[in-house]
Design a binder for this molecule. Structure first.
Ligand SMILES: Cc1cc2nc3c(=O)[nH]c(=O)nc-3n(C[C@H](O)[C@H](O)[C@H](O)COP(=O)(O)OP(=O)(O)OC[C@H]3O[C@@H](n4cnc5c(N)ncnc54)[C@H](O)[C@@H]3O)c2cc1C
Length: 365
């Protein structure tokens, strides 16, 4: 039986990007994916934006470090983002500026007139905004396919319908059992299982880190007027919604975070209704139809920062999990950094300014 250097569990954006980085650095890599195809869970359900401030100041370095790669390889389309607020949110907008100004994100405070000029139909009570011009749409399917093809070109083996059900380590090698009876051997087991990350840790005898899947709903609506293709992503500074144009329709989320077991997430009617109701309080556009709805699980560590690196207690077990709501936009730098940590390689230009201790599994004690 082949003994792989690394066996990754999960072929979402996390597993695919890390597999490409490890494989290109010369490692023999296997990826196990439970579903029929890679990308079925969180990765295939995202809202597909790259937003510099999303996730808080400790995420900005990862997002910025990833932006150049995404832009250079044609995965980003410039859109711009507006964080909007009412009169009573003026303090929140000011606090946002102070919080993110030192991070290097490009942000600018807008007054009411400029805001309304950018977003025709915005209701009068929305009087202020922070403008983030660099925000972009990500072509998520193309990016995921790019990582998978980079991985395959580096001889990474990707096995679908391969749900890990057992892991035993003997003499420095993991023996891994899949649901269908297949067995694989590898020196390092990497947990890139998204919402299932704590379950996979338990299989390997590692302590779960409290990674909590939170359901997020997105609704596609047809509006009158239809949104302009170049309208910005609009986010509530108080965290109640976001929406953006997509092929003549609007993608809209109530910004829900409902705790869930790891599962094939489905949208709740209440979240759909909330999304539409909140939109009506923001713009005077008429919602003509709810055309599509979906939900996915965003998985967070207790401090909402991702987890990259070797487990401090279980030899040969590593984490690449807790990607939260920003696993796509941070994927280039996250995967590069994680591969460097796992292969004990020096940093490069993309990762040299990142503080890996922020994302170290050992921070949980
Ligand atoms: C509605 C929504 C909107 C979002 N919007 C954005 C956005 O605009 N920008 C952004 O950057 N991010 C966004 N995200 C977050 C982003 O989608 C996630 O951070 C990212 O997809 C996580 O990738 P992952 O590979 O860790 O997880 P997943 O894509 O869920 O992949 C994990 C994989 O592990 C597999 N697996 C689990 N257990 C096992 C096992 N035992 N054996 C084998 N395989 C297993 C699963 O089948 C799954 O395919 C959004 C998420 C949601 C839900």
């Amino acid at each position: 039986m082949t003994t792989y250097d690394f066996i990754l569990v999960g072929a979402g954006i996390a597993g695919a990007s890390l597999a490409a980085e490890l494989g290109e650095a010369g490692a023999k890599v296997l990826v196990l994916e439970a579903e029929d195809r890679p990308g079925y869970h969180a990765t295939g359900r995202s809202a597909a934006f790259w937003e510099e401030c999303y996730g808080g100041p400790e995420l900005v370095p990862l997002t910025l470090a990833s932006g150049e790669y995404l832009r250079a390889n044609g995965f980003l389309t410039q859109r711009g983002a507006l964080y909007i607020g009412r009169e009573e949110n003026a303090g929140d907008l000011g606090a946002f500026m102070r919080r993110f100004a030192p991070t290097g994100a490009t942000i600018e405070r807008l007054k009411s007139e400029a805001l309304h000029a950018m977003l025709p139909g915005l209701r009068e009570e929305w009087t202020g905004a922070v403008w983030e011009p660099a925000c972009a749409d990500i072509d998520v399917a193309a990016l995921h396919a790019h990582y998978l093809s980079r991985a395959r070109a580096a001889w990474v083996v990707i096995e679908c319908r391969a749900r890990l059900t057992g892991a035993i380590r003997e003499q420095g090698v993991w023996s891994l059992d899949c649901e269908d009876g297949r067995r694989f051997a590898g020196r390092v087991l990497v947990n890139a299982a998204g919402a299932w990350a704590d379950r996979v840790a338990e299989l390997a005898g590692a302590t779960p880190l409290g990674i909590q899947p939170l359901r997020r709903t997105v609704v596609q609506v047809r509006t009158d007027p239809a949104p302009h293709a170049d309208q910005p992503l609009v986010l509530d500074i108080a965290g109640g919604f976001y929406f953006k144009p997509e092929a003549g329709r609007l993608w809209l989320s109530p910004h829900d975070e409902e705790p869930s077991e790891p599962c094939d997430a489905a949208p709740e009617e209440l979240a759909v209704a909330e999304a539409v109701d909140r939109l009506q309080g923001v713009v005077d556009w008429r919602v003509e139809a709810v055309e599509r709805r979906w939900a996915g699980l965003r998985s967070f560590a207790p401090d909402r920062l991702p987890i990259y690196g070797y487990d401090p207690h279980v030899e040969g077990f590593a984490w690449f999990a807790g990607q939260g709501g920003y696993g796509i936009q941070t994927s280039p730098a996250a995967a590069r950094l994680a591969a460097q940590l796992l292969q004990r390689r020096p940093r490069d230009e993309m990762t040299q300014r990142l503080d890996a201790s922020l994302y170290d599994p050992a921070r949980f004690g």
